[in-house]
Design a protein around this ligand. Structure first.
Ligand code: ZN
Length: 241
């Protein structure tokens, strides 16, 4: 099975842009009060769960603040969120939840990426993909005010976290994510090689567990997108071993 990274189509006709962020998020960790295991602070980011609703949590305001908090506070907030998430989810400082909120402008394709780690689809595109049997897509409504005549109905897609890098592509200084806080200081390998034994068979599109900012599709997804003539993204074949 061939695999492809999904990236935005940079053609000039796609002028669509969202000036929007997720309603809730886990804070980053203060460098002065870092994780006790790895001594790292900061936030990793690139880990959205748009289908998750945090409104029922006891202190929802704690999940609106952009500032960083001591590790102990981060860990406490993380444990409040964890029971709401699907079992395959991972949590890291900077993970985000719920609908994106803000404003939007320009022309959007059937599929749209605001950045490499968020994938959106027009409602009709998602329905056509699902009707064609594509597995692994869950759509979340967004709260965006469009300053455009024909505003698109966009949904943000939530995907499972699956798959790992093949050890052969990792630089010598690569360290696994910290089991305590989920953080890491790695860079994306220059030439990505996926570990075939780690790849899922029950979904056609997923977020790479080792690098959540990377959204990956299989041949079945790519062929369906091409057959349905859904535009707005391009596919780059990945190496698998
Ligand atoms: Zn840590």
């Amino acid at each position: 099975m061939k695999l492809y990274r999904i990236t935005e189509d940079n053609s000039p006709r796609y002028t669509g842009n969202l000036n929007a962020g997720h309603r809730w998020g886990l804070p980053g960790v203060e460098w002065s009060h870092p994780c006790p295991a790895c001594r790292l602070g900061g936030a990793v980011g690139g880990l959205p769960y748009p289908c998750m609703d945090l409104a029922s949590l006891p202190e929802p305001e704690k999940f609106h603040e952009a500032e960083q908090v001591p590790y102990e506070e981060y860990a406490r907030l993380r444990e409040l969120v964890r029971p709401l998430l699907p079992w395959w989810a991972v949590l890291r400082p900077g993970a985000s939840f719920g609908p994106v909120e803000g404003s939007g402008l320009g022309y959007f394709g059937q599929l749209f990426m605001q950045n490499p780690w968020t994938l959106f689809a027009r409602r009709e595109a998602l329905e056509r993909l699902q009707a064609a049997g594509v597995r692994g897509l869950q759509g979340a409504p967004i709260k965006v005010r469009f300053r455009t005549k024909h505003a698109p109905e966009l949904l943000e897609l939530q995907m499972e976290l699956r798959g790992q890098f093949h050890p052969a592509c990792l630089p010598p200084d690569h360290k696994p994510s910290c089991p305590t806080c989920g953080g890491h200081q790695n860079h994306l390998p220059k030439r990505i090689l996926l570990d075939a034994s780690s790849l899922p068979e029950h979904v056609d599109v997923f977020r790479l567990r080792d690098w959540s900012g990377c959204i990956i599709a299989n041949e079945r997804f790519v062929e369906t997108v091409k057959r349905l003539e859904l535009d707005g993204v391009v596919f780059e074949e990945m190496e698998v071993r």
